[in-house]
Design a protein around this ligand. Structure first.
Ligand SMILES: *Cc1c(COP(=O)(O)O)cnc(C)c1O
Length: 393
């Protein structure tokens, strides 16, 4: 219609795939822990844009590194060596346990898992995959095989590699599932999307022992829980285990798309041509990642996340809301198991200027940026208290 003014949301909805359940909110700007909508309203972003903006939005170190690299060299395929890529390897391997010095760089978390499955098969010559119920490892066809939610998997039945799913904390099931045909066991030390469940150290140690005994590789997915979020650089460290392969993504480049698979170099490297990615290891993402990792190091991210996480956790327990069944979490990876559905609570929070995430139908998930201040944390807790109080009424 002539003269009709469509909103941004309407203009976007006209073309979007339908793959995403959309919230009626249009975000146009961010700074630190805040984002703004197209009407100028401000929100505290306790989603970190899905766990990605770990240093908050428009962090100057990341923005400056991107601007400088954009004016120098944006693309450089892996067929050539590159200064930023070489630097990133050094910075990242210094944060990892000794011996993790083989990397495959890619562009998302799911791609890091795909790489993990392929590398495990190549290194072991085996085909078996074991994953954990409630796990989330991404939605491309290989990664999807290891993701638990049947809603995500069932429309693609028959297209994903055969995978055995075991219950978390069931060592007998693990003993039955892991055998001499198993290439890889995939696990999150703290399950995120599945409901924010930290897995018991003893069980994770049992998985480690089984993999050692039976020659399978242990792939720990640190895409959401890694990089300091749970209070240590790596969530697996709290279970006192060392994986064989580690998948990284989300915040690794401060919001720029990037994923990485890292493995113990002692296991060997893979043959040329067995895997690849046009954009993998591009200098722009590498520059953003170097800036992010150096900033995380300088701020001592694990200590910051542990302290801020304690503050949040104490505040969440103190809410004492009857509508909350359980409070779970490690560091800045927090979950509130509600008695009812999470969607109305998320909507009420948004109406009061706080953005949070679901993790399943009844879990409210907070993934605050590491730059969140105590005052901002208190503001979130106050709004949560109001909303949960209303939810009880
Ligand atoms: C988000 C996530 C993934 C998938 O990452 P994408 O970048 O969305 O492909 C995999 N594993 C975990 C634990 C995640 O949180």
């Amino acid at each position: 219609m002539i003269g009709e003014q469509l909103t941004i949301a309407e203009r976007e909805a006209r073309y979007t795939s339908g793959a995403y359940a959309k919230r009626p909110l249009t975000l146009v700007r961010g700074a630190g822990a805040h984002v703004w909508d197209d009407a100028g309203n401000r929100y505290l972003d306790m989603t970190s844009s899905m766990g990605v903006a770990i240093l908050g939005h428009a962090h100057p170190a990341v923005a400056d590194a991107l601007a400088a690299q954009a004016q120098t060299l944006i693309s450089c395929p892996e067929a050539f060596y590159n200064d930023r890529r070489a630097e990133l390897y050094a910075v990242l391997s210094a944060l990892l346990p000794d011996g993790f010095d083989r990397f495959f760089l890619c562009n998302s978390g799911a791609e890091a898992i795909e790489a993990g499955l392929k590398v495990a098969r190549l290194l072991t010559g085996r085909t078996g995959i074991v994953a954990v119920k409630r796990a989330f490892h991404g939605r491309t066809l290989g990664a999807l095989a290891t993701t638990w939610n049947p809603q995500y998997r069932e429309p693609f039945a028959g297209w994903t590699p055969p995978t055995t799913a075991i219950s978390p904390h069931d060592l007998t099931a693990a003993e039955a599932a892991v055998d001499d045909s198993t290439a890889v066991v995939v696990v999150e030390a703290v399950q995120g999307e599945g409901g924010v469940y930290p897995l018991d150290a003893a069980w994770l140690q049992g998985l480690r022992r089984l993999c050692d005994e039976r020659g399978a590789l242990l792939l720990v997915d640190e895409i959401q829980a890694g990089l300091g979020r749970t209070g240590t650089w790596w969530a697996f460290a709290q279970a006192d285990i060392t994986p064989d392969l580690i998948a990284l993504g989300k915040g690794i480049a401060g919001g720029v798309p990037m994923g990485a698979l890292v493995w113990r170099g002692a296991l060997g490297s893979i043959e040329s041509g067995t895997h690849g990615s046009t954009f993998g290891g591009n200098p722009l993402a590498c520059a953003a990642s170097i800036a992010t990792l150096r900033t995380l190091q300088a701020m001592d991210a694990p200590t910051v996340c542990a302290a801020l996480g304690q503050h949040f956790l104490a505040g969440l327990h103190a809410l004492n809301a009857p509508s909350v069944r359980e409070v779970r979490g490690r560091g800045l990876m927090l979950g509130l198991e509600l008695r009812g559905r999470v969607t109305p609570v998320l909507q009420a929070l948004q109406a009061r200027g706080v953005l949070a995430l679901p993790a399943g139908k009844t879990v409210l998930r907070l993934l605050p940026p590491y730059v969140t201040t105590i005052e901002q944390a208190d503001e979130v807790l106050a709004v949560l208290a109001e909303v949960l109080h209303d939810a009880n009424a």
